[in-house]
Design a protein around this ligand. Structure first.
Ligand code: NAP
Ligand code: HSE
Length: 326
């Protein structure tokens, strides 16, 4: 059958989804049994020039998107609202949703999941570590394990900046500019460099693992913006590297969380995580310590996670379709 896909937002991530849907349409059809076509794209500024397929229906009104009756919505806009309102409306109409928006999902993910009927798919792999499939690993492949600790690098921009400062001696401002040009940093990079972005991702992991989040106000949060050249040099002198680390520990129902720069010796697993990569180490009661590493930001990596979510949703839907008897 034909699946009508709408894309909300056409920045770094939205463009990536658009490109993969066009470039990989045959592979996607083989995987899902469905022909996926883009039925509409929502943006803010209709006058902006965009590398978009010529006949694409472009609008700045969400109601227009609903009126073209999408089967699935890829959401790649910024901030809690109007994203939450849009996705709530979509779910109420039985539309599958796949989002990359961690600011919205950290706050409203539980509500969206609760609103969705069993036949509505919700994908949020891209909210945390972009295309590095930590959500899939924890939700599907480690269900019987009790995770007692998560130690992770969750912000690609911060790790990119730290690597450029430490290994290449670049100033903070140069490294941040590069991260923006590469599409890693948010349009307003405050969330990246002040630790908010890693915090939202950590809250999404907490919700997934423990079905609850710590009180946000009690979580110590520090970004890399306050680090000085001297801090970097001191770590170097000691043979260490500073990494921006998000930590969750779980003990008898109590969750402790923190987000902050930490100086690691070369023996630590997160010492060698360079550039835009993220890494997540989980300690589990049955499987022991497992680390997942990969690109944590960027157009292709993030769009890849969203397309993988869509493939799973469509495959699940296909499995539920009534079989025709001959
Ligand atoms: P971006 O380049 O700033 O693009 C945002 C897009 O959303 C723009 O096309 C903008 O429209 C549109 N938009 C924003 N607010 C809107 C609204 N209220 N109504 C309609 N359209 C709206 O951002 P991005 O890097 O693609 O990121 C998109 C989302 O994915 C964010 O939530 C981000 O945190 C998340 N994410 C990003 C990455 C990454 O590596 N970049 C990775 C994982 C997750 P205009 O073009 O008209 O301004
Ligand atoms: N700005 C985010 C980062 C994008 O640098 O990690 C990925 O969520």
């Amino acid at each position: 059958m034909t699946i009508r896909a709408a894309i909300l937002g056409f920045g770094t991530v939205g463009e990536g989804i658009h490109d993969i849907l066009l470039e990989k349409h045959q592979e996607l059809e083989k995987l899902t049994g469905d022909h996926i076509e883009i039925c509409g794209v929502l943006v803010q500024d209709l006058k902006k020039k965009r590398p978009i397929k010529e006949d694409t229906f472009l609008t700045n009104q969400f109601e227009d998107i609903l009126s073209v009756q999408p089967d699935i919505i890829f959401e790649a806009t910024v901030g809690e609202e109007p994203s939450f309102t849009y996705l709530s409306k979509a779910i109420a109409q039985g539309i599958h949703v796949v989002t990359a928006n961690k600011v919205m999902f950290a706050a409203y993910g539980p509500s969206l999941l609760a609103q969705a009927h069993s036949y509505v798919g919700i994908g949020y792999e891209a909210t945390t570590a972009a295309g590095t499939p930590v959500i899939g690993l924890l939700s599907k492949l480690m269900q019987a394990s009790q995770i007692t600790k998560v130690e992770a690098i969750l912000n690609g921009t911060s790790n990119y900046i730290l690597t450029a400062m430490q290994s290449e001696g670049k100033p903070f401002s140069t490294a941040l500019k590069e991260a923006q040009e590469k599409g890693y940093a948010e349009a307003d990079p405050t969330n990246d460099i002040e630790g908010h972005d890693a915090f939202y991702k950590l809250m999404i992991l907490s919700q997934l693992l423990y079905n609850k989040q710590p009180d946000w106000n009690t979580v110590p949060r520090e970004g890399i913006a306050g680090l000085q050249k001297e801090n970097i040099e001191e770590a170097k002198r000691k043979g260490e590297k500073i990494r921006h680390v998000a930590t969750l520990t779980y003990n008898r129902g109590e969750i402790q969380a923190s987000v902050r720069p930490v100086s690691f010796p070369s023996s630590h697993g997160l010492y060698s995580i360079e550039g835009v990569d993220n890494a997540i180490t989980v300690e589990s009661d049955i499987a022991g310590s497992i680390t997942l590493r990969g690109p944590g930001a960027g157009k292709s990596s993030t769009a890849s996670a969203m397309i993988e979510d869509a493939v799973q949703i469509l495959q699940n839907q296909a499995a539920k379709r009534p079989q025709l008897s001959h």
